[in-house]
Design a protein around this ligand. Structure first.
Ligand code: ATP
Length: 316
């Protein structure tokens, strides 16, 4: 029907090489790595062989060239990525704390990442899109919201579908307008990919079983619930739940696991795979990605994921 399209922030990530609290002292850093949740998603989608395209913006600088170059090399359509002449590519500095939580210094709202909108290139892409993927984190970005709200009815009218990764972040202020947009997207979504308490937030009801039932009743066709190293489960209205145990890997950097999982799952389902096969590739993509430093560095091609699946044990 047309490519899977993701809309939102394109960033570089620069990581501290030491564990510790924040950035209030000079520390060693490594990067830049291509990043941004929707960009990671679409890169994994493209790498696995699904038609994939990105809507967003970068600056006219090396960080932008790094991102666009990577996405294009991995097979994504970059025609609707705007190159901003005036603002730099967005960035995120990240440092892990001893307990596993992360400190960030972001430059998104005041960067090229947040400065795009409806353009001739975006219109042409949306006019041939078969699937739209939205991250909840995009809902606080005016530019992304404008594009999503215009694109969704066009994609749906063509018989296309919508997936939503709630991707709720503590840095985002969920005011009434953001909350309403989130509710509208949940109502329009064919597939939701939550993790942790995002399931209850999306459903508006507590408890896994009740939340799943509520979402399926209200029209969501599939829920892919991500449980980190505890695996993932897909629920649909008409089939029993399908659980995939996680692969046993050494976690080097958990960032991007959920985005790679989602990109692989959507690409595989859109390529016509059944739930079980798609879930296996998605679990492999998530697990492989945590074994490498950098949020997008472990995204895998179909052949790489086949090899990973063949040689990696799963948790019981
Ligand atoms: P993030 O927000 O960090 O990108 P998420 O919370 O959306 O991630 P996770 O549940 O952490 O998503 O990861 C998605 C999937 O990737 C999991 O369901 C699992 O299959 C795989 N995965 C993630 N972390 C691990 C791990 N440490 N070991 C094995 N598999 C993992």
């Amino acid at each position: 029907l047309g490519p899977t399209v993701a809309v939102g922030e394109i960033l570089v990530e620069i990581m501290a090489t030491s564990v510790g609290d924040g950035f209030c002292e000079p520390i060693a850093l490594v990067g830049p790595y291509p990043s941004g949740a929707p960009a990671i998603f679409i890169d994994q989608c493209a790498r696995i062989g699904g038609a994939a395209a990105m809507i967003g913006a970068v600056g006219s600088d090396d960080f932008g060239r790094l991102n666009v170059g990577r996405l294009a090399a991995d097979g994504a359509d970059v025609s609707a990525i705007r190159v901003d002449p005036d603002y730099p590519t967005g960035s995120a500095f990240v440092r892990y704390r001893a307990g596993g939580s992360r400190d960030f210094v972001y430059n998104i709202a005041t960067s090229a990442a947040a400065r795009f909108g409806w353009s001739a290139e975006v219109e042409a892409l949306v006019g041939r899109a078969g699937h739209l993927h939205v991250m909840g984190s995009a809902l606080s970005m005016k530019s992304a919201v404008e594009v999503i709200e215009r694109a969704l009815p066009i994609v749906k009218a063509r018989g296309g579908t919508l997936s939503l990764d709630p991707n709720l972040r503590k840095e985002i202020v969920y005011d009434a307008a953001t909350e309403r947009r989130f509710r509208d997207l949940v109502a329009a979504a064919d597939l939701i990919l939550p993790s942790g308490d995002e399931l209850a937030r999306a459903a508006g009801v507590d408890g896994e079983a009740a939340a799943v039932a509520r979402l399926l009743e209200t029209g969501v066709k599939e829920i892919a619930l991500k449980r980190g190293a505890a695996g993932a489960t897909v629920f649909t209205r008409h089939t029993p739940p399908v659980f995939a145990p996680a692969f046993q890997v050494e976690e080097v950097d958990p960032t991007g696991a959920g985005d790679c999982f989602g990109g692989a799952y959507v690409a595989c389902r859109r390529l016509g795979m059944g739930i079980e096969a798609a879930l296996t590739y998605a679990s492999a993509a998530g697990a492989r990605n945590v074994t490498r430093r950098g949020p997008m560095e472990g995204a895998g091609s179909r052949a790489e994921l086949d090899a990973f699946i063949a040689e990696t044990a799963r948790h019981a």
